[in-house]
Design a protein around this ligand. Structure first.
Ligand code: HEC
Length: 132
């Protein structure tokens, strides 16, 4: 009887520890997943604007600016990685592409497409090296 009780207590403690470990893991990924989810939503909104031929600064600037601000959260969200220097280089490259787009707002959809493709190239370059 006593070993049964000890066994049940052991199972309960094990279950509780597993739950708190799962919770900790989830909290650890909420920040990076959140940054990526919002970046992805803003890229989609840029794409939609261009498809609808809405490429005035007022159409594109809000998304570009949000992306630029979120660019500051890449390192705090993801570091440490297996290769921080490379990660920071990719993050800086993305921020540079966004700085260029924000400081020289695209004059038309063709120019917007070039700017957004450069940004998207920044996303892909980092994903090639760091997205498992
Ligand atoms: C400096 C590195 C870096 C840059 C730049 C970057 N990402 Fe990511 N992204 C990652 C990493 C690392 C992951 C994988 C995260 C994981 O698997 O936990 C990821 C995952 C994602 C995911 C998938 C999330 C998921 O649930 O699997 C999306 C969508 C995404 N990124 C969108 C973007 C967009 C859009 C951009 C550009 C505007 C961008 N990312 C720029 C590093 C980056």
């Amino acid at each position: 009887m006593r070993s049964l009780i000890v066994g049940v207590i052991g199972l309960l403690v094990g279950a509780l520890l597993t739950l708190s470990a799962i919770n900790a893991l989830r909290q650890g990924t909420a920040y990076p997943n959140g940054v990526m989810a919002v970046m992805s939503a803003q890229m989609k909104s840029l794409d939609q604007s261009m498809r609808r031929n809405r490429c005035a600064a007022t159409d594109l600037m809000p998304a570009l600016q949000t992306l630029r601000h979120l660019g500051n959260d890449l390192e705090p969200a993801f570091l440490p990685t297996q290769d921080d220097e490379r990660f920071i280089a990719h993050a800086s490259e993305l921020r540079a592409a966004l700085d260029a787009a924000v400081s020289t707002p695209p004059a038309d959809c063709a120019a917007a497409r070039v700017a957004v493709d450069r940004v998207s190239g920044g996303c892909q370059a980092c994903h090639r090296d760091f997205k498992g």
